[in-house]
Design a protein around this ligand. Structure first.
Ligand code: OGA
Ligand code: MN
Length: 292
């Protein structure tokens, strides 16, 4: 495959978000023109799927860095490369995690609807997940929903009440809801809470979007429980079943999602077959711009 712009085709995955891009080999370098096509599709569809991408970490990092600087892995589950996070259900000996393993509770954080790194002062632009080894029998989909669609669907009168609201996102909060996962205190201390508007402008398209996440601990100016309740209500709104694209993985799928305007969640951690995926995380372009 030569990565010619003429060979690229785009196929919608779901009426509300997601597209499969065919005709690209991400192991090879991409011309500016091909890369531009991918960026445009990303800003339009929010979730991109590339099938049959047998890439290594260096190739994944090279592709990811085209978008922007990458986040360094901030906690202990790092792989060999400082920018590549190995997401797997195996232990350090390659054995599938027992049902009571601490690491499972850590993985369970991903089972709540969230957007990656929303607890950082500059949340992530994109996450790029390469399915290196995917179970054949045990299905473990990743679900996606659009917060831009969520915003569009809110009644105009309701939008006004959300303007100006600022949410506090805190990794330690979402982690303690699903079990501590043995994450060392020093790593949690390195991730203090961050505050972001609930309504934002999506930098890639200029369109308004909700910006909510399972990491929201409170909303400024509201009693804690009421703030959590509002965040959960907005997440439920965005993730009504008819708005969700469930991605059924095949080995060598590469899926990238826009953390600025989508929510995602893991469904299950397989019990019998290995699931091993490598993630790179593209830093956001700057602080979240509020919709005024
Ligand atoms: C992630 C994530 C979900 C999954 O990598 O950020 O939430 O299904 N993954 O592995
Ligand atoms: Mn995630």
């Amino acid at each position: 495959m030569t990565n010619s712009p003429n060979a690229i085709t785009v196929h919608k995955l779901h009426p509300r978000l997601g597209a499969e891009i065919r005709g690209v080999d991400l192991a090879q370098s991409l011309s500016a023109e091909v890369f531009e096509l991918i960026v445009r599709a990303f800003n339009e569809y929010s979730v991109l799927l590339f099938r049959n991408q047998a890439i290594n970490d260096d190739q994944q990092v090279a592709f990811s860095q085209r978008f922007h600087e990458l986040e360094k892995i901030s906690f202990s589950l790092a792989a060999k490369n400082p920018y590549v996070y190995e997401l797997s259900n195996i232990d350090e000996h390659g054995q599938i995690l027992k049902s009571d393993a601490k690491k499972r509770t850590f993985l369970n954080v991903n089972a709540r609807w969230h957007t990656d790194s929303s607890f950082k002062p500059i949340p992530a632009m994109a996450s790029i997940l390469s399915g290196r080894e995917i179970p054949i029998h045990e299905r473990a989909d990743t679900d996606f929903a659009s917060m831009r669609v969520g915003y569009d669907e809110i009644a105009v009168e309701r939008r006004a009440a959300l303007r100006g609201l600022m949410a506090v996102h805190h990794y330690a909060y979402s982690l303690q809801l699903t079990g501590d996962g043995n994450v060392p205190q020093a790593e949690l201390d390195a991730l203090p809470p961050s505050t972001h508007p609930i309504l934002r402008i999506h930098p890639g398209s200029g369109q308004p979007s909700l910006f909510v996440s399972g990491h929201i601990e409170s909303i400024n100016g509201m009693p804690v429980e009421a703030g959590r309740h509002l965040a959960e209500e907005l997440i439920r709104w965005c993730t009504r079943p008819e708005f969700v694209y469930s991605h059924e993985w095949i080995t060598n799928d590469l899926v990238m999602w826009d953390n600025r305007c989508t929510l995602h969640r893991a469904t299950v951690v397989p019990e019998r077959e290995i699931r091993r995926a490598h993630r790179t995380t593209v830093m956001g372009e700057g602080p979240v711009e509020a919709l005024l």
